[in-house]
Design a protein around this ligand. Structure first.
Ligand code: NAI
Length: 335
């Protein structure tokens, strides 16, 4: 009897590999949660030179876990090497905002990182590359990377807003006393920032519309600020920023993209910050949170939802922030 042929390994690149999100994310990727437990994985860990040693330690722990799917792990500080042949890339590493740092300083530092990484993806990634930017400012970092990868279709560049989406589902599950799996029709529009718009207009429980049952005051005064400000709340309580929940959302995002989903009824979509094609009046090219589902491994915006003037106002406010970040990036010569 012949041996079953083993699939060729999926090359998965994770930047910021010595950081706190990666410390959770890497183990879940290696466990097969995204591509399936039997698909072999080749992990490439990218770090800045001063953190390569720590990343080597993380690589040792990954080996010690003896994950059946993990074929190899390597560590590098060279972006070209890290993205060569990559099928999936998690761009987690970013420069945090230091004391006394202006917004322009932050955009300049991160712009340089995401320009280099976009160029390396353009030069060497596999044809089916899927990119998820986690490092903040995530939407604009993804915008910069996509702009420096002209040969890669722009729908392969996304930014993480699944954490905001999951936070919204959790708050709503508590409020309505239902499991989060019963909820559909949630979307978080805009930027991964305080200006985001977690929108319950199309919310369903077990496929039935429920948004009329939610108190408008609660939505405006409690729900929206709570979801948008949850990152700050975690820092206050935990003493450092969300890590395991961010990693978990990154797994959800990439798993649904690769495997297709979410499945269910007409309201079965999720939130992905993807490059706008002009849907919902969002200027083309901006990386903006929108209702998205993955069909056959390809992301599609759910583009036929009706928008009220109140929603329009909220979406426009967050889009205005994305436009101002794009202008700042352009004026800094990062495009
Ligand atoms: P961390 O500070 O623990 O780790 C970041 C790592 O990135 C560090 O090890 C650093 O050396 C590395 N790094 C910096 N520049 C790099 C480069 N050019 N190439 C490769 N690695 C580089 O930070 P943590 O907690 O892991 O968070 C990472 C990023 O994710 C932050 O920007 C954070 O604000 C963002 N974040 C985004 C969320 C989202 O929902 N989009 C949620 C939570 C965090």
């Amino acid at each position: 009897m012949s041996e079953p042929t083993r699939e060729t390994a999926h090359v998965v690149t994770v930047t910021g590999a010595a950081g706190q999100i990666a410390y959770s994310l890497l183990f879940r990727i290696a466990a097969g949660e995204i591509f399936g437990p039997r698909v072999p994985i080749e992990l490439r860990l990218l770090e800045i030179p001063s953190a390569v040693g720590v990343a080597e330690g993380v690589a040792m722990e990954l080996e010690d876990a003896a994950f059946p799917a993990l074929e190899s792990v390597s560590v590098t500080s060279d972006a070209t090497e890290a993205f060569d042949g990559a099928n999936a890339a998690f761009l987690v590493g970013a420069k945090p905002r230091g004391a006394g740092m202006e917004r322009a300083d932050l955009l300049t530092a991160n712009g340089a990182i995401f320009r280099t990484q976009g160029q390396a993806i353009n030069a060497g990634a596999a044809d089916d590359i899927r990119v998820l930017v986690v490092g903040n400012p995530a939407n604009t970092n993804a915008f910069i990377a996509a702009n420096h990868a002209p040969d890669v279709p722009s729908d392969r560049f996304t930014a993480l807003m699944r954490l905001d989406h999951n936070r919204a589902l959790s708050q709503l599950g508590h409020k309505l006393s239902v499991p989060t799996t019963a909820l559909g029709g949630m979307v978080v529009w805009g930027n991964h920032s305080l200006s985001q718009f977690p929108d319950t207009t199309y919310l369903t429980v077990d496929g039935k519309p429920v948004s009329g049952d939610l108190d408008t005051r609660w939505i405006e005064d409690d729900f929206i600020p709570r979801v948008a400000g949850r990152g700050g709340e975690i820092i206050k309580v935990r003493g450092s920023s969300s890590a395991a929940s961010a990693a978990s959302a990154a797994v959800d995002h990439m798993r649904d993209w690769v495997q297709g989903g979410p499945e269910g009824n007409d309201e079965s979509w999720t939130t992905v910050a993807m490059v706008s094609r002009g849907d919902y009046g969002i200027p083309e090219g901006l990386v903006c949170g929108q209702p998205v589902r993955s069909v056959g491994g390809k992301l599609e915006v759910v583009s036929d939802l009706e928008i009220s003037p109140w929603q329009r106002h909220r979406i426009d406010a967050s889009v205005a922030e994305l436009i101002s970040e794009r202008e700042a990036v352009a004026s800094l010569g990062l495009l």
